[in-house]
Design a protein around this ligand. Structure first.
Ligand SMILES: Cc1cc2nc3c(=O)[nH]c(=O)nc-3n(C[C@H](O)[C@H](O)[C@H](O)COP(=O)(O)O)c2cc1C
Length: 182
């Protein structure tokens, strides 16, 4: 798939097969994050890789009440938690850029995953406090998002269809509404 096809076909995957990711594929995905651009090349991102049914199940119950809505992550063979070391962030125009930097890296990883036929889903619904406690990480590390990574199941679960329908996921604003020529 070329980049246009990847971007056009990408969508959030909420139903997974249990098949594990090979070490080579996982390495490609992580490398796509490592190579991302960042403000003043500060590279604030830090990625925590969680694999194995028991660990992922434990993660899913340690995401707080909000995180329960994302119980589908249990189906996936791998979850990556995208964090940022805020001490490496740069501040420009009253804006801390670690969120931007880490989001760019994570999206690159998701597109690389898709190039290998692997689906993912951005997840922000979790309790950062609870998750940080479970992970035993320093509070200088901001947990930006997490995502399951795995081969999409043949058929979407009812829950996956409902979430995507509720968010009206295939809707996008028209260019006229989002682009302004100056
Ligand atoms: C920052 C961010 C946070 C999100 N958090 C969640 C989440 O917690 N749970 C979930 O099921 N989807 C989550 N999504 C996925 C969005 O619902 C989805 O991207 C949107 O509906 C568009 O659908 P698509 O990704 O299939 O194109 C999140 C997406 C982004 C970018």
């Amino acid at each position: 798939m070329d980049i246009k096809e990847l971007i056009m076909s990408r969508h959030s995957v909420r139903s997974y097969k249990a098949d594990p990711l090979s070490p080579e594929v996982l390495s490609d995905i992580l490398e796509a994050g490592r190579l991302a651009p960042s403000a003043q090349n500060r590279q604030p991102w830090r990625f925590i890789v969680i694999q194995g049914t028991d660990k992922i199940k434990s993660l899913s119950v340690n995401c707080g009440l909000l995180g329960l809505s994302n119980f589908f992550i249990r189906q996936a063979p791998c979850v990556i938690i995208a964090c940022a070391d805020t001490r490496r962030s740069i501040r420009i125009n009253d804006q801390d850029y670690y969120l931007v930097d880490t989001a760019i890296a994570f999206q690159q990883m998701m597109l690389m995953a898709l190039a290998h036929g692997i689906g993912s889903c951005w997840i922000a619904a979790f309790s950062e406090k609870k998750l940080r406690k479970w992970l035993k990480i320093d509070d200088k590390w901001k947990i930006v998002a997490l995502s399951p990574f795995g081969y999409p199941a043949e058929k979407d679960t009812l829950h996956a269809r409902m979430v995507s329908g509720f968010a009206r996921s295939s809707n996008r604003l028209p260019l006229e509404q989002i682009v302004h020529y100056f």
